[in-house]
Every structure is written in C-alpha cells, then in structure tokens.
Design a binder for this molecule. Structure first.
Ligand code: ZN
Length: 176
C-alpha cells in the first residue's frame, strides 16, 4: 500500500536537459492521481514503478530510456472480466521542444514533445502505458473465459474435417 502522505505529494518535475547532461537515472512510484488518463482505463488502485535514464543522442538531443511495471485491476476486453494484471514495458524517447523537430524526427525515433524545460515523470510515462494496454488479459491464445460459449466445437463443424482426412471414404460411397 502507498501511504496517504505519498499519494498527495506533488511529483517533483524533471529538468530533462540537465538530467541528460549528467546521464542521470531517476526512479519514481506513481499512483492514480499522477496518471489521470491511465486511471480511466483501469479499475481501482494503481501502482506504477518507473526507472528513467536520461542521456543525449549523437546530435546532443536529450533522450530518455524508461522501463516500468504497472499493477492494477484491468478489464479484459474479450471476456469483460476485471482481473489483476501487471504491465511491464520499455521505451526510448527523444525529447524535443517543438512540433517541427518532432515531425522531422518522428519517422525514425519515438519522440516526446516537451512544452517546457520541465517534465513530469507521468508525462513521459502515460502514453507508453496506454499504448501497451492489452485487449486481452487472459493467458494463452484463446480467452479461457470465452470457451464455454464455443467449445467444444459442434458436430457440424467437425464432420467436414473428418471427411477431408479420409478421401477414400467419399470414393467408397460413390461405388456403392
Ligand atoms: Zn478474458
């Protein structure tokens, strides 16, 4: 559990240019109040651990590499069950200050448009979280909770397959 005092604490903004110069690493724990859009697509409490490593690319542009682990109850869009789920992911973003640079680099790099010299960890993270939200939370190919409605396959579906496996059966019937 996250203590109430931490929940209301304002996340300290990140001076990304300076952090990139230093090659700094920042670790944060974010909750639902930091991530309003993510909060809307998951159910209940949210805890997201994120580690951000800042650097500069060959053109001295600030970059951030991040990895995150997010835990919450989430809706499986295939079976509509709410299940506890853990999302993990990595990303690498070039931080740019204007639209023109963003569109110039956008074809080759994932870019993050920063509106000021400060970025909140949540601004860096939230789109990445939303992009990796799975449609289906149940493990394996088929959603196990959906199986009762279409499993086992009906007789009508399985019969033609059996005939294809034995072409001589059809020929034998023609001879009769
Ligand atoms: Zn499901």
């Amino acid at each position: 559990m996250i203590a109430p005092a931490m929940k209301t604490r304002q996340q300290e903004a990140l001076r990304y240019v300076e952090l990139a110069q230093r090659g700094a690493r920042v670790e944060r724990v974010l909750g639902g109040e930091d991530l309003p859009r993510f909060s809307q697509v998951v159910e209940g409490e949210i805890a997201v651990e994120v580690a951000l490593t800042f650097s500069r690319d060959e053109a001295s542009r600030p970059c951030v590499q991040g990895s995150f682990r997010a835990r919450s109850d989430m809706l499986c869009r295939r079976c509509s069950e709410v299940l506890p789920h853990e999302l993990t992911g990595d990303f690498e973003l070039t931080i740019v200050g204007d639209d023109a640079t963003a569109s110039m680099l956008g074809g080759e790099h994932d870019v993050l448009l920063a509106e000021s010299e400060m970025l909140e960890a949540a601004e860096i993270l939230e789109d990445e979280l939303l992009m990796c939200m799975p449609d289906q939370l149940c493990p394996h190919g088929a959603c196990e909770r959906l199986l009762p409605s279409d499993f086992p396959p009906s007789e009508a579906e399985s019969a033609p397959a059996a005939e294809r496996e034995n072409p001589f059966a059809a020929i034998a019937r023609l001879k009769d």
